[in-house]
Every structure is written in C-alpha cells, then in structure tokens.
Design a protein around this ligand. Structure first.
Ligand SMILES: [Zn+2]
Length: 467
C-alpha cells in the first residue's frame, strides 16, 4: 500500500548510518516450506442489499493438505475485515460474521475476531482434499477505509474470509496492527458471484462480467486464478476501459468527485506501469486490471489487491506505479506480509522509482531510523511499537528501496535486472522469504554479499523476523 501523506513525511535529513555489524546473519539454507493447506479454490455467492452495504451468502473453500507431518485436523479462516473493529464490543456485531459451518466445527473467533479455527470433520491425510463451507455476512463499516465506505461508494478490501497458512513454524495467526498489511495467504482460484442492484457498478479482482437480472438487479461474476485475495467495490462509478499496448485490459472506475485530469493521469500511468513491469519482471498474467480512483482515499492512501487497486487520486494523478508494482511483489511473488513487509513494500517502492526514471541517488537523505536497532527486515510486530508508522514508512519503504538501488549499483544494472526476473520466475505464484531473496542476489553476484547486507541492515533469519 501507500500510506497517506501524513505518514510519508520523512524526518530527515540523515545520511546512511553505518549499521551495527552485530546480529547480522547471512542467508541460510531454508527448509522446505511445507506450507498447507494449498491448491485452494474459493466458491462464493453473495447478495447485496439496496445500497451494497450488506452482503450475505455462502462461501466454500476447497483445499489439499500439502504439508509434511501428520494429518491436518484443523484450518484457520482469517476474518481480516474485523481488524479495525475486532469483535465489536458488547452488544455490537463484528463487520464479518461466519455461521452454519459445514465440513467442520468452528470455535469462537480469536485474535480479536480476525481468526476462526475450524476443526475438520475428518482428519485430512497428506495429499488429500476436502472443503469447508459457511454462511458469510459482510457489513461495510461506516468509515472511509479499504473495507469501508464514502457517500454511495462501498469498498470491500480484505472483507472476504480467506484461509490462513501453516508451515514449519505453525499456523500464522498474526494480528492486524492497525496499519499496513499483516496478511499471508497462498495463491488460490476464486469463483465469485455477486448479485447486486443494477445501479451499482462492481469492479473486482479477476475477469469480470456483469449481466442484468430481474427487478433492477444485476449479477457480476468474477473468475480469478492463482491470486492471493479477492476484493471488490460497488457504487455509481464512472467508468472507462482501454487495453494497454502490452495487451492488459485496464478498467478504470472513479467516484464523481475525482478530478478528470487525475483520472487521465492515473489511467495512463496504470497502462504504462503494467506493461513496463511485465517486461521487467515477467508478463502480467491476469489479463485484466481494475483501478478504482477517488480523492477520498486520502485518509488511508492507496491499496493493492490482485487485479484490483484502490488509488488515491487528485489532479496530479495517483500512486499507480507503486500499487501496480505490488501485482508482482506481494501478488504474483507472495510473502508473509507480517514477517517480511520489506519483501513487498521496498520492492514496490524500488519498482516505482525505476518506472519514474529515478535511480535513488539521493535516496538515503530521506531515511530516518526511528531506533538504533531498526532493520529493513523487521516485522510488522516490530513496527507496531513506538514510534510506529513513521519508522515503518521510512525504513521499510524508503531505506528498503535505497538498499535495492544500492544493490543495483553493486551488481550492475544488467545483472540486477536478470536477477529480479529469475527471482520472480522462481517464486511465481509462490512465496518468497528473506533467505530466498538473499540467495538469489548472491547467486547473481557470484560472490558473498554479507558485508553489503550488514551495511544495509538487512538481516535474514530469525533476527530478521523478530516480533
Ligand atoms: Zn505498497
């Protein structure tokens, strides 16, 4: 994401501080990930009320136990839409509710109502496949947010329940820290049917078609393959679509109060960025990209979802390049966004710089280190501690991208470009870790880079993911 401008006021100038050499570890050979459940398919049918505020229906999640070890006895469903409101307090109901679970038995929600354990009806042997299904109720909160609303417009980012990941370290049940992303999901296939008032236009992840239904209603059907999440919006958007020279259908949706010049700039930058990054990192695989534009996103910034981005847009345009770079860094090449936020944010910021022809020459003057022990590789748990988001944006986004610019200077541009293409291809639709990236860079360089990582406060291994 790109946080709002209030969080991007870097407190400078500070030059690159020589990092402490203690605690820096070289990339270590990672164990096989054994992530489970995988080969996930979501089958969803939801019906909206008259304003698109409330969506109710059924969700089925099919999956295979791909992990090592004994049979899988449980899965966790993440209800990230409850991140801001939690369980809603006494007498209130959380925005995301699940009921009538089939295929297992659900506990009471945990982790501030963002995690739901479902004990499977039958233990699932390694390699076996099953499904759980449940009724889902989504009530769009009355605030401007990724899952929120403004005027007649509804945004459903991180609203749909998704499966958590288990690996050698157990289930990933990290909390929503109130900013950025704590999410971690495996690539999955989605088939989503949204029934809604015909007066509401519905952009969404995936390849989307809308047909008229009876009594002033419409049905939007979206199919998405190998994506980590599914988001949509609903409202009386103005729309336009064009196909980029590289063949990606870019559909634009904007609120009535969006500046027309900003719309034109955002559309042009989006088409340019999806093609440029496709050439640089590997062709954009989804065919369609929906951009949703509004000046009202200023309160939170901009946000990426697979094939669907929310872009804070004013007359000067938007941060399209950054959010579209996330289609590769987080989306196609996944990461644990709680443990390793730099693997998506630093890479999106670096890619955004390249798109704008910036080489990061004066990069470090914009970096502020909030604490002496801060590292680019720190987790969201670290950044949730004071001073919070200011340090996160400065170090993860800016210092992280500066380090990548320096790495490009260290390796040379052709080697850096080749390395990133190979790194993307090696983790295409998969998950990358700190150690994976450091290994890719070392292989491309053909020499040890330990001193480089140390000088840039990039710490792979346990220290790099401290909570
Ligand atoms: Zn971002």
């Amino acid at each position: 994401m790109t946080p709002t401008h209030r969080l991007l006021l870097f407190v400078g100038p500070l030059s690159l501080v020589v990092a402490l050499l203690t605690g820096v570890q070289a990339a270590q050979a990672a164990e096989p990930p054994a992530r489970t459940p995988d080969r996930i398919a979501y089958d969803v049918a939801l019906r909206a009320d008259a304003t698109g505020t409330r969506w109710t229906g059924r969700e089925r999640i099919s999956f295979t136990h791909t992990g090592t070890g004994p049979a899988l006895r449980e899965v966790y469903v993440r209800l990230w839409g409850n991140g801001a409101d939690g369980c809603g307090g006494a007498g209130a109901t959380p925005p995301v509710r699940v009921s009538r679970v089939a295929g297992g038995v659900a506990d009471a929600p945990s982790v501030n109502c963002t995690a739901l354990r479902v004990r499977l009806a039958h233990p699932l042997a390694r390699g076996a496949r099953t499904s759980v299904s449940f009724d889902v109720s989504l009530t769009v909160p009355d605030r401007m947010a990724r899952f929120g609303r403004g005027g007649p417009y509804r945004y459903l980012g991180n609203a749909l329940p998704v499966l958590a990941v288990r690996d050698g370290r157990g289930w990933h049940l990290d909390p929503d820290v109130g900013f950025g992303e704590s999410y971690f999901t495996l690539a999955a296939d989605f088939h989503v049917v949204l029934e809604h008032p015909a007066a509401l236009t519905v952009p969404a992840t995936g390849t989307t078609t809308t047909r008229a239904a009876r009594a002033g209603r419409a049905v939007t059907v979206s199919t998405a393959r190998r994506v980590r999440d599914f988001a949509w919006a609903a409202g009386p958007f103005r729309t336009a679509a064009a196909t980029s020279p590289g063949g990606v259908r870019v559909r634009a949706f904007w609120t009535e109060d969006t500046d027309p010049d900003g719309v034109a700039l955002a559309r042009a930058e989006s088409a340019g960025a999806v093609d440029a990054f496709g050439e640089r990192f590997g062709r954009y695989p989804y065919g369609e990209l929906d951009i949703v534009l509004s000046p009202d996103f200023a309160v939170f910034g901009s946000m990426e979802y697979p094939g669907f981005v929310l872009l804070w847009t004013d007359r000067d345009g938007s941060g399209a390049a950054h959010e579209i770079a996330h289609q590769w860094w987080y989306g196609i090449v996944g990461d644990d966004e709680y443990a390793d936020p730099w693997l998506d944010e630093a890479f999106a910021t670096y890619a955004q710089d390249l798109f704008h022809g910036e080489s990061g020459q004066d990069c470090w003057s914009q970096v502020y280190w909030p604490r002496p022990d801060a590292a680019i590789t720190d987790s969201m748990g670290y950044w949730a501690e004071p001073p919070g988001p200011v340090g996160w944006t400065s170090v993860v986004y800016r210092a992280g991208s500066c380090a990548l610019h320096d790495l490009e200077r260290e390796l040379g541009t052709p080697v850096m470009e080749r390395m990133l293409r190979t790194y993307a291809a090696d983790h295409w639709y998969g998950v990358s870790t700190d150690a994976d990236f450091l290994r890719a860079a070392r292989t491309a360089a053909g020499r040890d880079l330990t001193a480089f990582w140390a000088a840039h406060r990039i710490e792979a291994g346990p220290a790099g993911s401290r909570r």
